[in-house]
Design a protein around this ligand. Structure first.
Ligand code: ASP
Length: 308
């Protein structure tokens, strides 16, 4: 089975959600891990910050702005009245929950509760969209299986046991949707795998189910031979090793969460970076092997050099 993770841009508009639907709807069973819609987690971090600063007015304005965005998304995404009603009710409950946090004392748990809502919203709406389109999908709450231990490391045994049980119980579904980023901590409180952590969720899930491949779908064709944010005419690198990918990620290549390769490396599960906007492009395949092409990071100069 494959694990596919789609980033914030990939689920950031109805048009892009439609691309995602077309990519995943190929009659093969898969787990789909979603980020929050683009901009949402940043907005939630800001809401949490305004609550911490006791600026209730600003927090409420930001909550209202975000709520409006989700109401608009529902109107654009769905046309089935039962699914619209159910989604409106869900979104209403999420934002009601945020409003209830505004005048309470801000703790670390407040932050965790607030920032978790993005992935809960995106997966709920996307799963309803798939239902509307007649796709046999099941929404599997990440909080039912994703847990970190005392050292904030994924609790692999717990995750493996619970995820495989849940997949077995939902065997009739073709597509399993779940939230990236969020998890429970060892006390059972809501927590997360740090910003950008949905990639890490995908590889943890990939390792737990011994997936054939983990695919990270973003808005760029994989790792480039230079940083496309600063250098023109960069090209995608088709094959790199786990170690090179980890090194690039640690040294700031924003495309991949630095810990992503860790859970899958020893199991030799390939990680493929793909572009949702250009699904036919090869992207970058990360394995133990490097096929004559590689990338080396010069730590001193922090430049990427292509080795041929
Ligand atoms: N939504 C979270 C963030 O923006 C996690 C993720 O997208 O990977 O950091």
């Amino acid at each position: 089975m494959l694990v596919l993770k789609f980033g914030g841009t990939s689920v950031g508009s109805v048009e892009n959600m439609t691309h995602v639907k077309n990519i995943i709807n190929d009659c093969t069973k898969k787990v789909v891990v979603l980020s929050a819609m683009s901009g949402t987690t940043n907005a939630l971090v800001e809401i949490s910050e305004q609550i911490r600063l006791k600026d209730s007015e600003s927090a409420l304005v930001l909550i209202q702005q975000l709520a409006n965005r989700y109401q608009n998304t529902i109107e654009e995404l769905l046309n089935d009245s039962a699914l619209i009603n159910e989604s409106q009710e869900y979104v209403h409950q999420v934002f009601k929950g945020l409003i209830e946090l505004v005048d309470l004392e801000h703790t670390e748990l407040t932050y965790s509760k607030v920032v978790a809502q993005g992935e809960l919203l995106s997966t709920f709406l996307f799963s309803r969209f798939l239902m509307q389109e007649g796709i046999n999908a099941a929404l599997l709450p990440a909080l039912d299986f994703m847990r970190i231990d005392n050292n904030d490391e994924p609790d692999s045994f717990y995750i493996k046991q619970n995820l495989n049980r849940i997949l077995y119980e939902n065997n009739e579904a073709d597509i399993y949707i779940t939230q990236g980023f969020i998890c429970l901590d060892v006390q059972g409180n809501i927590s997360n795998l740090q910003r950008g952590g949905s990639d890490y969720t995908a590889s943890i899930v990939g390792a737990a189910i011994e997936a054939d491949e983990v695919q990270i779908w973003t808005d760029i064709d994989g790792f480039h031979n230079n940083d496309p944010r600063f250098v023109e005419n960069t090209t995608a690198i088709s094959n790199i090793s786990f170690d090179e990918a980890a090194e690039l990620a640690y040294f700031g290549a924003k495309i991949l969460h630095p810990q992503t390769v860790i859970p899958v490396k020893d199991l030799n599960i390939p990680v493929r970076l793909k572009n949702t906007m250009s699904p036919d492009s090869y992207g970058t395949l990360i394995t133990h092997h490097v096929h004559g092409e590689g990338i080396k990071l010069s730590r001193q100069k922090t430049v990427f050099m292509l080795l041929r």
